[in-house]
Write a protein that binds this ligand. Sequence first.
Ligand SMILES: Nc1ncnc2c1ncn2[C@@H]1O[C@H](COP(=O)(O)OP(=O)(O)OP(=O)(O)O)[C@@H](O)[C@H]1O
Length: 503
Amino acid sequence: MFSAEMFTGFGSAIGGLVVMWAMFQQYTPPQLQQHVERYTHKLVNLFNPYIRIVFPEFAGEKLKHSEVYMAIQNYLKENATARAKWLKADAVRDSSQSLILSMDDHEEVTDVFEGVKVRWSSNKTTPKNMSLSFYPMTEDRRFYQLTFHQRHRKLITESYVKHILTEGKAIAIKNRQRKLYTNNPSQNWFGYKQTKWSHVVFEHPATFETLAMEPNKKQEIMNDLKKFSEGKEYYTKVGKAWKRGYLLYGPPGTGKSTMIAAMANFLNYNVYDLELTAVKDNTELKKLLIETSSKSIIVIEDIDCSLDLTGQRKTKEKGEDDDDDDENDNPMKKMEKEEKKGSKVTLSGLLNFIDGIWSSCGGERIIIFTTNHVDKLDPALIRRGRMDKHIEMSYCCFEAFKVLARNYLDIDHHPLFTTISGLFDKTKITPADVAENLIPKSNNEDPEIGLRNLIQALEAAEELEVRNKAEEEARAKAKKEEQEKKGNGEMEEVKEIGKSDKK
Ligand SMILES: Nc1ncnc2c1ncn2[C@@H]1O[C@H](COP(=O)(O)OP(=O)(O)OP(=O)(O)O)[C@@H](O)[C@H]1O
């Protein structure tokens, strides 16, 4: 059907056109080139029933990453990548090493919305004069192009594009790789020391489901967090910065750190673990906090040990003397104090930051303080409004134990539960200790072994408590007797003095 002459003729026609195009570009003035291109475009469009919309990667005067482009990218990754043939492997999403695949350049996919078919293509252009390009990070200018028939103009421009943006943003939140930031001191080239955030992927497995706590209390905290995270309009209406402070207090091993991880997983927030002793002064504190992103939890653990925040309101004689005594006995305390001296963060600096620095940052943030000694904290630091919710993390109760039994032993009921419930009423044990006893020592271990270990531990704790109480009572009784004896002696002395006065 097609003869060799035909192919030859076609080839030379194409070749001729290419040569003409090259000559046109080289010898025609740029203004004329633009005119010709514009009219050719118009001519083609006259017969083309398809509409194209271009979404560039960078937008605005500052050439920032376009949010719209990012949303489209997320949407296409999730919805259309399966149909694309040329894929690009971007990065790993988490430590499970799964690749994120997206459409490669010049690849095209179709999508269907309310029965209407549209075409997406991923394209790039390279600026002609690279030396004059101010484009950040990348040399190429990428863009997505959406093509659809003109009879669907209204549906696509009004509903479909909106749908893509909403979906794309939701996907970004869902797939957000959360991070755990810590502030570390570093030295720059000029020997100037400063603290900077560095991060690792946050992968703590704790959730509210696995957190051992009284169910009502747990539910109350979850409701509070949900209300906060959905409260943008409320905070705007009342004119408050969108932040909430939580104070977690209780003995070691009651789950304060576990609770923070569960909160972060529940809200899908990043965590900033702020080590106050590594912060040089209030200015550096302010800088670090401004650098935190929205949707984050800022944690200061063991706030009572972090800085001498409480000491500032102590009376000088008492506060200083006490510390000095401690120091002589305890070298660790001495080191701690030396460390604190290196930081000039003050109570007022910290209060300022809790109160309002974020107003200018926008976005929601939660701040959490933890302490084992709530009574040691300055009331100004933890008053409501700053620390909005005080949560006591206390010893394990029977309801909390049931959660741990489910976590570690995969059981909801057992005949030994009754004995354990009775022992919880009589003694105190932390969830950490309960967990330690329940953890199976080998695969397929009979759950009863863990339960019996726990019963032993509870009985030992009860015995210790009874012994301690008896010793305490004996000490109090001895002290009282001594005081009474002393009091009687003084009375005798007064009588003797009275007698000699009369003589
Ligand atoms: N309420 C809890 N629910 C589930 N596990 C818990 C709970 N409390 C403690 N644990 C277990 O005990 C370990 C220690 O708990 P965690 O570090 O959260 O306690 P903490 O109160 O922060 O202690 P510290 O005051 O010493 O920092 C955790 O790894 C967890 O396995």
